[in-house]
Design a protein around this ligand. Structure first.
Ligand code: NAX
Length: 317
């Protein structure tokens, strides 16, 4: 039996599709190690509490030795209290006829509230991954309303895009996905993202189809890519928690001005995570940016600036 003290891990949108895979990955030790006990806090909206009850039953029936307490709630104070890690998966989905601005507005309200709850209740060294879309801008808003928590603790997920790129490259080259490294996703988790394989090792030919992969999964499965998104969010937090060694991983993080990207935008960069007690990450520096890459990177940055402007315009305070 493990001697480690349990950590508290929050998953929002816990009655949804992604969470259905994610909670199992987390609870069986895939993210924090098979010697790390944990409490799992599951947040969703009131309307989904019955569904969430079913997820709790199944989690219990998995008989997972690392899983201590399971809390299912729609109350922010209960959900965010003393958490070490937050997987912010829940978001307002885009409904038919909804404009981008409407979607942003609805999500600003959610992520403002969750930022405030993090600020008030969570541990000050909490690590946050935002999965719910528009993920980069949701992370930015969340951080804005949690001023007592370091900005760099707020990240958004572009790891699914990186994993998709690596898998497609490995398939083409007929090699193992572990043999592919240094694939970069720059920018926003949206169609303007720039998958950059110029530095990738084990690559002969660069073109990939990353931006449209989500749509292809929906067309085939009639449901969105939930299992691979759950796996990618686990990869993101596991690498942040334990470190990457010299592997590069893509994370959307608050820009420090690297590569000419405006400070504060939550932008996907190649990073190296140092692990250890501090669990820091560093943006990989010194990469040569050619004209083509520059134009792609700027396009995604421009989109994020527009999103930021739109989101901030609905923040009343
Ligand atoms: P689902 O619609 O299946 O589940 C979302 C859940 O969130 C629902 O149970 C809903 O009740 C809940 N929710 C809504 N508002 C909430 C709030 N204020 N607090 C707590 N829970 C709330 O969606 P799912 O397929 O699980 O996807 C979740 C999010 O991930 C979506 O926004 C989706 O667009 C986004 N994705 C992001 C990806 C990325 O790479 N960053 C890839 C996968 C995915 O598309």
């Amino acid at each position: 039996m493990s001697q480690k003290a349990p950590i508290r891990v929050l998953v929002t949108g816990a009655a949804g599709q992604i969470a259905y895979s994610l909670v199992n990955f987390i609870a069986k030790g895939d993210v924090f190690g098979t010697d790390q006990p944990l409490d799992l806090i599951l947040l969703d909206i009131k309307l989904m509490m019955e569904v969430l009850g079913g997820v709790v039953m199944e989690l219990k029936d998995c008989a997972l030795p690392l899983l201590r307490e399971i809390v299912a709630t729609d109350d922010y104070e209960v959900a965010f209290k003393d958490i070490d890690v937050a997987f912010l998966v829940g978001a307002m989905p885009r409904k038919q006829g909804m404009e981008r601005k409407d979607l942003l507005t609805a999500n600003v309200t959610i992520f403002k509230g969750q930022g405030q709850a993090l600020d008030k209740y969570a541990k000050k060294n909490v690590k946050v991954i935002v999965v719910g879309n528009p993920a980069n801008t949701n992370a930015l808003i969340c951080s804005k309303y949690a001023p007592s928590i370091p900005k760099e603790n707020f990240t958004a997920m572009t790891r699914l895009d990186q994993n998709r790129a690596m898998a497609q490259i490995a398939e083409r080259l007929d090699c193992n996905v572990n043999d592919v490294n240094k694939v970069i996703i720059w920018g926003n988790h949206s169609a303007t993202q720039y998958p950059d394989v110029r530095f990738a090792t084990a690559v002969k030919n660069g073109a990939t189809m990353i931006q449209k992969r989500g749509a292809a999964v929906i067309a085939a499965r009639k449901l969105s890519s939930a299992m691979s998104a759950a796996k990618a969010s686990c990869d993101h937090i596991k690498d942040w928690w334990f470190g990457t060694g010299d592997r590069w991983v893509s994370m959307a993080v608050p820009s420090d001005g690297s590569y000419g990207i405006k400070e504060g935008l939550v932008y996907s960069f190649p990073v190296i995570c140092t692990g250890g007690d501090e669990r820091k990450y560093k943006i990989v520096q010194g990469l040569k940016i050619d004209d083509f890459s520059r134009s792609k990177m700027d396009l995604s940055a421009k989109e994020l600036e527009e999103e930021r402007e739109m989101a901030l315009s609905v923040c009343k305070d």
